[in-house]
Structure formats: C-alpha cells, structure tokens
Design a protein around this ligand. Structure first.
Ligand SMILES: [Zn+2]
Length: 109
C-alpha cells in the first residue's frame, strides 16, 4: 500500500465533473469577454434549476459583453440561455425574455 501513486486529474476531467466541457468552454469565454461568473451551484434559483446540478452558471458585466456572450452562446445549442434584453432559448427553442434576467446571462447545458 505504500507504493500507491496518486495522480492529479487534468483540468478537462475536472470540467467534466462540473457540467461537461461545453459549460467549461462557455465559462472560459465569458471570462475572456470580461464577464464575472456570479453564480454556479450556489445562490437562490428556481426549484429544479440547472444551477443545483452544476449544469448552469450566471455571468454579469457590461451590457455589450453580455450581448456578445449571448449571441455567441446561442450558436452552441445550450439547454437554457436567458438574457432578457436579447430574449431566451430553452431546449433549442426561442421562448423570448422570461424576466428576472436583465442584469446577467444565465446559461445551462
Ligand atoms: Zn441562472
């Protein structure tokens, strides 16, 4: 037992533990655009929210950056994408603004 080797898992595996690599990519892109990740699994969300299962995050920053982020993420087939000034997408369908998302972009895969 003294010869056990413990390996660190690489960051891609870590990302897989946290909502899959698409969520990780989206998160990296949000940060590139200067957005702050304001909520991942913490905070208060609607019952059954993807936040609780680690499949969603919220990003906030300038409206220009949030708009840009929404536009780019809309093309990645997210499960949920909400930003009231731009609208909302759920399961690939445009559902329009859902309210409560005027100050941050919510994204889930
Ligand atoms: Zn959210």
């Amino acid at each position: 037992m003294t010869n056990d080797v413990f390996q660190t898992i690489d960051s891609n595996d870590l990302v897989d533990c946290f909502g899959g690599s698409r969520l990780g990519d989206a998160r990296a892109r949000a940060q590139e655009l200067g957005l702050r990740i304001t909520s991942t699994t913490g905070g208060r969300h609607a019952p059954g929210s993807y936040h609780y299962s680690g499949r969603a995050f919220d990003a906030a920053g300038s409206h220009g950056a949030m708009r840009q982020f929404y536009r780019e993420m809309a093309g990645t087939n997210p499960t949920e994408l909400f930003y009231d000034p731009m609208g909302g997408i759920k399961n690939g369908r445009n559902i329009g603004a859902i309210g409560g998302h005027g100050t941050h972009v919510h994204i889930a895969y």
